[in-house]
Design a protein around this ligand. Structure first.
Ligand SMILES: Cc1ncc(COP(=O)(O)O)c(C=O)c1O
Length: 377
């Protein structure tokens, strides 16, 4: 439960830290006691549930670098079958799964087309250039979503001056787009454009299960549309570690070589695979609660005088803008003093993410805390 009971110590005042241990002994830091902590920073803060821990503790394991871990093999087969794809490979992170996919699909000097806010470009440390020697051609989409026309406009003609367009990357849901679903109809058209130009289509599906739930699509429908898909087990699904990369046999064979080269080959990884398998089999349907909680938060925020606007909420992410007169740090400080944790996305932009670590009581508590905020206090 992220609605955990506990205490939140406020930071030690700077003058006491500077004064050293003698003064610290007399001047005790202020301690504020909270009943609740509601952690809305990210769904990556989820902790394993008791059922998941039990599955991990009883997992049968072997050396996965030798493909001899039975639980890992079971997870990979289960996921590949779920999406109707030939094979799957486990990774320690979504970043490594995405970067491996890009490296496997491309050669240095080629180009990747994606939205300007896409995780692969914006948040993966320049990995496209560093790991693959590939440049990017960015689309200014609408909250992460773009169309086949946008892709067509960026495909390079055959001319020695240009890099070779090789791969398009879609993100679903779009993280910086406020958890927006990338509509399946757009993907179908983009897929056709990719095939016409011989481009690969990769999906960063860190939150694909949230997208499928919101749009009503199935894993098999998604699996038909991409050359490769990465999925995160460690976000809303609640596993402590792990992502999967899906594709055809030849692609996954090559991706396994790249993973090893990047240092991502793990030994008794079946303990982690057990958590992932448990998540896929038991913790997908409950994402609906997270979407309901996000809607409650979005509706509340829309009614508050100090909020400028709230991006349309579809899944478990709520991104919103504070009015110009509100200091982001002041607002976040009020929340954290009351045990509600949130993340800033830039000037005046704040993000809430709901997940299995909070229940309805926690969400109501966060709503009361939001209602109790005054920019003047
Ligand atoms: C859309 C998206 N893709 C990929 C990742 C990377 O996942 P990881 O943190 O496991 O590397 C994240 C992480 O937040 C994400 O939001």
């Amino acid at each position: 439960m992220s609605v955990a009971e506990g205490e939140n110590r406020t930071a030690m005042p700077a003058e006491i830290v500077r004064a050293g241990p003698a003064l610290r002994f007399f001047a005790r830091p202020k301690i504020s006691i909270h009943i609740m902590v509601v952690d809305l920073r990210s769904d990556t803060f989820t902790l394993p549930t008791p059922g998941m821990l039990a599955a991990m503790a009883s997992a049968k394991v072997g050396d996965d670098v030798f493909s001899e871990d039975p639980t890992m093999n079971a997870l990979q087969e289960y996921a590949a079958d779920l999406f109707g794809m030939e094979a799957a490979l486990f990774f320690p992170s979504g970043t490594m799964a995405n970067q491996t996919a890009i490296r496997t699909h491309t050669r240095p000097g080629e180009e990747l087309i994606c939205d300007a806010g896409a995780h692969v470009h914006y948040y993966e440390g320049g990995g496209i250039a560093a790991n693959s020697g590939v440049s990017v051609n960015l689309i200014q989409g609408e909250r992460g979503v773009f169309t086949a026309v946008d892709v067509e406009a960026r495909v390079r003609p055959d001319n020695v001056h240009f890099p070779v367009s090789r791969i398009v990357c879609i993100e679903n849901t779009c993280n910086r787009g406020g958890g927006r679903v990338f509509p399946v109809e757009n993907v179908k058209e983009i897929y056709q454009t990719c095939k016409k130009h011989g481009l690969k289509l990769h999906l960063d599906g860190a939150r694909l299960f949230n997208a499928m739930l919101a749009e009503g699509t199935t894993p098999r429908q998604q699996g038909e549309l991409y050359d490769s898909i990465s999925l995160c087990l460690s976000k809303g699904l609640g596993a402590p570690v792990g992502s999967l990369l899906l594709g055809d046999d030849a692609f996954i064979h090559q991706a396994r070589r790249v993973r090893k080269m990047m240092g991502g080959g793990m030994r008794q990884a079946g303990f982690l695979a057990a958590a992932g398998l448990y998540a896929l089999q038991n913790q997908v349907a409950r994402l609906e609660q997270d979407h309901l909680h996000a809607k409650l938060l979005a509706d509340t925020l829309s009614s508050l005088p100090y909020i400028k606007d709230v991006l349309p909420q579809q899944t478990n992410i709520v991104s919103f803008r504070l009015s110009e007169s509100v200091e982001t740090d002041h607002f976040l400080g009020h929340l954290s003093k009351n045990g509600v944790l949130a993340m800033s996305l830039g000037p005046h932009m704040v993000r809430f993410v709901t997940h299995l670590g909070m229940d309805h009581t926690g969400v109501e508590y966060a709503i009361r805390t939001l209602r109790g905020y005054s920019p003047l206090s």
